[in-house]
Design a protein around this ligand. Structure first.
Ligand SMILES: [Mg+2]
Length: 139
């Protein structure tokens, strides 16, 4: 896969196979001028993660070729050798009790159920990219 080299280290990687959900993600991120790349299966997500070094990964769970859980596992395995960790938000239509724990256990840091609420997603991304600074009080 070829990517715009200026996106490296500077984008949000979205893995989502559903076209309507892709459009929602694209529209939401475009509105905030957040550079992003959308891929449609877990294998492409893993390859794109290697090529792009994204700031955040949005990972659908149910995808063809390779699902989100397997893709996250590959990313986390590589990262152990690299000594870094990309924030991953699992996106899933699954709403079964215990799913959140399953995705976190698989290596996701956050969890958002679909259909994705654009404002909630942007809030989550903003908190990841701009964590609140701790003010130190001196006497
Ligand atoms: Mg899917």
């Amino acid at each position: 896969m070829d990517f715009d080299p200026t996106l490296r280290g500077n984008c949000i990687l979205c893995a989502e196979d559903n076209e309507v959900n892709q459009m929602v993600l694209q529209h939401t991120l475009d509105e905030q001028s957040l550079p992003h790349v959308i891929v449609d299966d877990g294998k492409k997500a893993y390859e794109a993660w290697k090529a792009l070094d994204p700031k955040v990964v949005l990972m659908d769970i149910s995808m063809p070729v390779m699902n989100g859980i397997e893709s996250i596992a590959l990313i986390r395995m590589d990262e152990q050798a690299m000594g870094k960790r990309v924030p991953i938000i699992a996106l899933t239509a699954h709403a079964l009790k215990g799913d959140e724990e399953r995705f976190i256990e698989a290596g996701a840091d956050y969890y958002m159920s679909k259909p994705v609420n654009p404002n909630s997603l942007l809030d989550m991304i903003d908190q990841i990219l701009n964590p609140p600074t701790t003010s130190v009080l001196t006497s």
